[in-house]
Structures are given as C-alpha cells and as structure tokens.
Design a protein around this ligand. Structure first.
Ligand SMILES: [Zn+2]
Ligand SMILES: [Zn+2]
Length: 156
C-alpha cells in the first residue's frame, strides 16, 4: 500500500486524506494470518516528517476459544505514526528523538503497509470469542452448546 506524496511534500502544513484497502498477510507464532484492512488516513507534512493518523478496520478468519468454530473477527484501531525521509535521517538533516518510534520512506513514495500491519495485529486479541455470549463446548459430551442442548451440566 504505497502512496505518492509528491504534492504533500511541496509545502509544510499540507494535508492529504486517503483511503486504503487490501489484504495484509503475516507470519506469526500461531501460523499465517491474513487480515483484510480498510483504512481512512490523514497524512500531514509537519516539516520534520509525515504524520499519519486515522482509523483501521480489519477482518480476519479466527477460531473461537470457547466453541472452536471458525468465524470472521472484526477489529478496529487507531493509527498515529511518524514517517521520516530516509535521506534526511541518514545525512542527519533531521533526527528523530531517541525514544520515538518511527518509519522511514524514500523520496516521494510512502509505504504504509508495515505501519498498518503492526497496528492492526496489536488490535487482534490472543483469545477470540465468536460472540460475547458464546456458550462454548460441553466439557462432558463435547457438543456445541450454542446449537445443541445436553443435560450434562444440570446436576451441578
Ligand atoms: Zn464460540
Ligand atoms: Zn454435554
């Protein structure tokens, strides 16, 4: 998801609103995850860097920890990232502060994929449930208690 920022770079204070969508695939400890993301972003030329703020919505295939069924998990998060021009940083024209997290871009093209990936992955919970009131699987007979009734639990 690469955006041209040639116009934005012309003047400090300029803003550009963009909409991005696409698939972001990632290898994680739990295997490969594919997230479909849609994002509305505002890019601002601050003079020092390009500030990227906005919202990201993501949808991914997930498995409910209670009933073990697959479902579509929807997540949302905010994004607020700084992009410095690599050339500025390497020749020390502009130096990000030491405790600042930032991304780099080259020339007049800014690749937002990695920033979107890092932010949306943090929004995905480790344990996902298909719905807040998922009844889960019966520990005794193994039936899905959302769709079947069993009498195992009635005595306790
Ligand atoms: Zn469930
Ligand atoms: Zn049961």
């Amino acid at each position: 998801m690469i955006e041209d920022i040639k116009e934005l770079k012309k003047q400090i204070g300029l803003k550009k609103e963009i909409h991005l969508s696409g698939n972001i695939g990632t290898e994680t400890d739990d295997g490969y995850i594919n997230v479909f993301v849609e994002s509305d972003l505002e890019l601002t030329n601050t003079g020092r860097c390009i500030l990227v703020i906005g919202k990201i919505k993501g949808q991914t295939d997930s498995v409910c920890v209670r009933c073990l069924n697959e479902f579509k998990l929807n997540v949302e998060c905010d994004i607020n990232e700084h992009f410095y021009q690599e050339e500025d940083v390497s020749n020390r024209t502009i130096q990000p502060s030491k405790d600042e997290d930032y991304f780099l871009y080259k020339g007049t093209k800014i690749d937002l994929t990695e920033a979107l990936r890092q932010n949306i992955l943090m929004a995905i919970p480790l344990k996902t449930i298909c719905k807040p009131d998922c009844k889960g699987i019966c520990m005794s007979c193994g039936c899905d208690r959302n769709t079947q009734e069993c009498s195992c639990g009635e005595s306790d």
